[in-house]
Write a protein that binds this ligand. Structure first.
Ligand SMILES: C[S@@+](CC[C@H](N)C(=O)[O-])C[C@H]1O[C@@H](n2cnc3c(N)ncnc32)[C@H](O)[C@@H]1O
Length: 263
């Protein structure tokens, strides 16, 4: 299911990017000229900035007009690079052996880097071993770190197009940092396995973790989803962001939601 959602998200992201480019092209001057795209800036960046001794000499010898036209081209090249859609970056914040992160890296086309975190050394070692077992694609796309996911997400704000939270029990302690780590328009995937709490088994615990008081009833699984969504929304709102639910499911012993986060 997560793989299917991720594939759909990546296609949707491409469509949205195309639409954005088309809007900019309609608006006019901001879209760079196609002919400029083939002109890459010099490989040596110091020379590119006119900082090397040769470069300084060159710049001195240039007329004002030439300098203007070169900086024009460079600016347009830079703008063009800004407009390119970069491959989606994924954070599997609670990865254990990295099974899910590996599947994302290997099975989803258009995926960029996948970062797998765990705060347990044994899991990180097994994740690294699994990356090696899975060959060159896995090795080039996946990296595994020993880290507390909350600290990592807080120190990497708006860096990931996709953040996946798959904790033991409640995700509540990870939500505040997770909503900050997703880029605008990115997607947060979140599981909660503490259904007893979310379905009304202990109202006070649910209130303290999720900020909602659950009712007991036949509809308790739908209510569990709504409580989790409301909790994610309230964390997003603290940072002037909001969520758009994409898919919400109750399955076996857990609920899982997929939400896009916008500013
Ligand atoms: C349910 S398992 C993840 C399973 C994994 N997503 C999979 O599909 O195989 C939860 C993992 O979160 C890790 N974990 C718990 N608290 C963490 C934290 N604060 N930072 C990073 N990892 C944490 C645990 O060590 C455990 O490996």
């Amino acid at each position: 299911m997560s793989i299917a959602v991720l594939r759909t998200f990546i296609q949707q992201r491409k469509l949205e990017h195309k639409a954005m480019l088309a809007r900019q092209a309609k608006a006019g001057p901001k879209v760079p000229d196609e002919s400029v795209s083939e002109m890459e800036p010099p490989a040596d960046s110091s020379q590119h900035n006119g900082m090397s001794s040769d470069g300084c000499k060159l710049l001195e010898e240039m007329s004002q007009d030439e300098q203007c036209s070169i900086s024009d081209v460079q600016t347009r090249n830079l703008r063009r690079k800004d407009l390119e859609l970069k491959p989606a970056r994924v954070l599997e914040a609670l990865s254990a052996s990295g099974l899910r992160a590996l599947r994302y890296a290997r099975e989803v086309e258009g995926i960029g880097q996948v970062v797998a975190l765990d705060n347990d050394k044994v899991y990180v070692e097994s994740c690294r071993r699994n990356i090696r077992f899975n060959g060159s694609v896995a090795c080039s796309k996946l990296e595994s770190h020993l880290a507390d996911a909350r600290v990592y997400m807080l120190t990497h704000p708006k860096e990931f197009d996709v953040v996946d939270l798959d904790p033991y029990g409640s995700p509540s302690v990870f939500l505040d940092s997770a909503v900050q780590s997703v880029v605008d328009g990115g997607i947060l995937m979140c599981t909660a396995t503490d259904l007893a709490v979310l379905c009304g088994g202990n109202g006070e615990v649910c209130y303290s973790k999720y900020g909602s008081y659950p009712l007991r009833g036949k509809y308790c699984h739908e209510m569990a989803l709504r409580i989790l969504l409301a909790c994610i929304e309230s964390h997003a709102n603290r940072y002037k962001r909001y969520i758009v639910p994409v898919l919400s499911v109750h399955m076996d012993f857990y609920v899982r939601v997929f939400v896009r986060i916008y500013r």
